[in-house]
Design a protein around this ligand. Structure first.
Ligand code: PMP
Ligand code: GLU
Length: 397
């Protein structure tokens, strides 16, 4: 007898979380692993945000919140969207969830019917196709290699749209590549979307504040498709708050209501204390965000320089987020005498076991010729990790 549902049987576990757990296990055994697998800021949550949470506990913000989040937080999010993105939303168009991950999933669940196609540009964040499959939809991938800076072209988008296409998931700045779509590039994609009125855009902007190319450009800023764009964002990356679990969607009213309806039956409103902390993040001083972004930019420069010195790796220059996504296919078919590297997952395993650096193979991101390294770690760790990786790779013949 099959005890589990088909739904869960066909689900793949999250490769990013699995690799991070493996690296923590090895560390606990005393292996000096440098963990560059999971994507989360290494900074502590800023003090004023932690104090807001302490105050929330003292003042008994400890009961159920409204399902879509406290009105005061949703107002703070509307103010953020207006001031930073020039976008006007009302609080009933905002739904606050348990992290951006739930926001993406709730949106997909609210939009996708069985058999609907959802366009997922590859390389993609590991969870998008799995969420589409959970909703009984069909992910349709658009490949984009390092030679096109991992960004899709308007012609590729046009060619992948069918009458069954329900949505496009666009992540900029991108996990796992760090690529950022410019305003002109977005405009060109919008021109395609204008011709296909049934296609929604799920704009994952969780890395908005970690951008090295100036002001963030949101696809929601294009009026012609505005009523079909759902923004996903949250505090996890910008404010070093991954453990607090607060994300949000900003959407047309029918969609925000649907996401909230789902959430009301599935999880209810997210943690009351975390919501109070998130409100302090959005309303408080923003200097901490700039400082963290500056640190990430310095580390980006460091890791790109070192990676380019390693023979066999091909590296683009990420413009945002905190990931490097080197092409490593020149090592496929090579061996260190005990094992043959056949794909990027083999390579990530080899780097974990031999160099003691945890990365994630590109297979789970829809880019089997690459692997992902998170450089949200100290300069010393970056230098040491790249030295170890260079040495390990040079042993492959
Ligand atoms: N989208 C992308 C592209 C991400 O990398 C992450 C981080 N895991 C999320 C959404 C979700 O972030 P969280 O649930 O931690 O807020
Ligand atoms: N977004 C991070 C990553 O891609 C966190 C892990 C996850 O939720 O997948 O590594």
């Amino acid at each position: 007898m099959n005890r589990l549902s088909d739904r869960v049987n066909r689900l793949h576990p999250s490769a990013t979380l699995a690799m991070s757990a493996r690296s923590a296990e090895l560390k606990a055994q005393g292996v000096p692993v440098i963990n560059m697998s999971v994507g989360e800021p290494d900074f502590n949550t800023p003090q004023h945000i932690k104090e807001a949470a302490e105050k929330a506990i003292r003042e008994n913000w400890t009961r159920y919140s409204p399902v879509p989040g406290y009105p005061s937080l949703r107002e703070a999010i509307c103010e953020k969207l207006e001031q930073e993105n020039g976008l006007s939303f009302s609080p009933n168009q905002i739904v606050v969830s348990n992290g951006g991950k739930q926001s993406v999933c709730g949106t997909i669940m609210a939009l996708v019917n069985s058999g609907d196609e959802v366009i997922v540009p590859a390389p993609y964040w590991v969870s998008y196709p799995e969420m589409v499959l959970m909703a009984d939809g069909t992910p349709v991938f658009i490949p984009s290699g390092i030679e096109q800076d991992f960004k899709i072209t308007p012609a590729q988008l046009e060619a992948s749209i069918t009458p069954r296409t329900k949505a496009l998931i666009l992540c900029s700045p991108s996990n796992p590549t760090g690529s950022v779509y410019s305003r002109d590039e977005l405009q060109a994609l919008v021109a395609v979307l204008e011709r296909h009125e049934q296609v929604f855009v799920i704009a994952d902007e969780i890395y908005e504040h970690i951008s090295y190319v100036g002001q963030h450009q949101s696809i929601a800023q294009f009026e012609s498709i505005r009523d079909r764009v759902i923004i996903v964002n949250g505090v996890s990356k910008a404010y070093a708050m991954t453990g607090w679990r607060i994300g949000f969607v900003a959407a047309p009213l029918d969609i925000s209501k649907a996401v909230s309806k789902l959430q009301g039956q599935y999880t209810s409103g997210p943690s009351s204390i975390s919501q109070k902390a998130a409100e302090a993040a959005y309303r408080g001083p923003q200097q901490c965000v700039e400082e963290m972004c500056e640190a990430f930019r310095r580390r980006r420069d460091l890791i790109v320089k070192q990676a380019r010195e390693i023979p066999g790796l091909e590296v683009n220059e990420p413009q945002g987020a905190f990931y490097l996504f080197p092409k490593c296919s020149s090592f496929f078919g090579k061996s260190d005498g005990t094992r043959v590297i056949s794909n990027s997952t083999d390579l990530a395993m080899f780097l974990l076991e031999v160099a003691h650096v945890a990365c994630v193979g590109g297979d789970s991101f829809g880019a089997p010729e690459c692997f992902r390294m998170s450089y949200a770690t100290s300069d010393e760790n970056i230098v040491e990790a790249m030295n170890r990786i260079g040495k390990a790779l040079s042993s492959l013949k």
